[in-house]
Design a protein around this ligand. Structure first.
Ligand code: PMP
Ligand code: GLN
Length: 383
């Protein structure tokens, strides 16, 4: 007789708020997907691939050309070299890569540390592996942490640290010194580090993006996870990938071949065209997102929201505690139903949402929408 093993995870907050946005005809600043598509050249490459009979299973590890291009891009952006044959693997989105990482590297009773608030699939991955997700709450209002915050949570059961930078939902891009603190704890306690870098190209104000694997002694203990979803504005394609040394890649590949086996072949071919875009593409992407960030944040500030300005990603979390006594979940629903602007409550990104909701009042706004949509959202909030 099947049990209700997974029912506690219910419906994802992204699904819930998008459904509420549709129901109430609200501007959807909740779920993080752009309301514009990536470049036509990428779509055309995928269409050509479908029409050119390139539609059967890809190699489980990913089509070779894509892995070669990913290797070249990583070398260009970080100086790190990864072998396409033994160190790079293509997944069905970063979500699958994360899930496979949890299953590959954690066993029953193990602990994995991550900063809270965190992306919603992390607890589910830990649960699937029988592991415990131990949260390190980032300190408000700047979403920082100390080495002690991290080190004090390491136990004999800790196996790994999962680091998401640029960070969803806070928009933090961890500084080199913060990344060094994490690296030091990992080395001191012989921990694996899994880095979720899906917003790697969305770093603003010419800030430096420090990749964990570039720090001394970290490449061999780091699994880098990224995705084409945000970089190429194609969130529905679900093409993600990992970079990791061979001994870690072998484990990941073993799990991946029995979860989905391979990501969609023609979409992998399409993404090859994405990786052939020139530097101009990335510069424009960043410039346009920075413009959207400034537009949204200036508007929210003039309305009275308080926040730490996001350094990266396409999210801003805003403090409304001086405006309303509603919990963040009620406030998000109220904004959706009454103001017709959907947002995401942030307490759901903690291990104990009810407790988090008593301590802070933050909602997340997504600015991966064209300026006209952001303008409509701000006008509605202003009234
Ligand atoms: N990690 C973070 C922090 C994210 O925000 C997302 C966005 N969905 C993902 C992973 C998943 O990426 P993908 O859509 O490629 O599965
Ligand atoms: N990453 C997106 C966000 O944070 C949502 C992804 C999803 O819906 N699974 O809004």
């Amino acid at each position: 007789m099947p049990t209700a093993k997974w029912s506690k995870f219910g419906t994802s907050i992204f699904t819930t708020m998008t459904q509420a946005a549709i129901k109430h005809d609200a501007v959807n600043l909740a779920q993080g997907f752009p309301n514009f598509d990536g470049p036509d050249a990428i779509k055309e490459a995928a269409i050509k691939s479908i029409q050119g009979n390139f539609n059967q299973y890809a190699p489980s590890t990913g089509i070779p050309r894509l892995r070669e291009l990913l290797s070249a891009r990583m070398e260009k952006t970080s100086g790190l070299t990864y072998s396409p044959g033994t160190e790079i693997t293509v997944f069905s989105g970063a979500t699958e890569a994360l899930f496979c990482s949890f299953l590959a590297f954690l066993s029953h009773g193990d602990e994995i540390l991550t900063f809270a608030p965190y992306f919603d699939c992390y607890p589910a991955g830990a649960f699937a592996a029988g592991a415990k997700l131990v949260e390190i709450p980032l300190r408000t209002p700047d979403w920082t942490f100390t080495k002690e915050d991290l080190a004090s949570r390491v136990t004999p059961k800790t196996r790994a640290i999962l680091v998401n930078t640029p960070h969803n939902p806070t928009g933090r891009v961890f500084t080199r010194s913060e990344m060094n603190m994490i690296a030091d704890v990992a080395k001191e306690h012989d921990l694996l580090v899994i880095t979720d870098e899906v917003y790697e190209e969305l770093v603003f104000d010419n800030l430096a993006f420090t990749r964990m694997a570039t720090l001394p002694g970290m490449r061999e203990r780091t699994v880098v996870i990224s995705s084409t979803a945000k970089t190429y504005s194609l969130t529905g394609w679900k093409i993600g990938f990992t970079y990791a040394p061979p001994h870690l890649t072998n484990e990941l590949r073993a799990v991946h071949q029995f979860t989905v086996f391979c990501a969609a072949t023609p979409l992998q071919a399409g993404i090859c065209a994405a990786l052939e875009l020139n530097d101009n593409y990335y510069e424009t992407l960043r410039r346009e997102y920075q413009e959207r960030r400034d537009f949204l944040c200036d508007g929210l500030k003039s309305i009275g929201f308080k926040f730490h300005k996001p350094e990266g990603t396409y999210f801003a979390v805003a403090d409304y505690s001086h405006m309303s006594d509603l919990t963040d979940q009620d406030f998000a629903m109220w904004l959706t139903e009454t103001k017709k602007v959907a947002v995401i409550p942030t307490s759901v990104f903690y291990n104990n949402p009810a407790e988090a909701a008593t301590k802070q009042r933050y909602v997340r706004f997504a600015f991966c929408k064209d300026l006209a949509t952001l303008k409509t959202g701000l006008e509605r909030l202003r009234h």
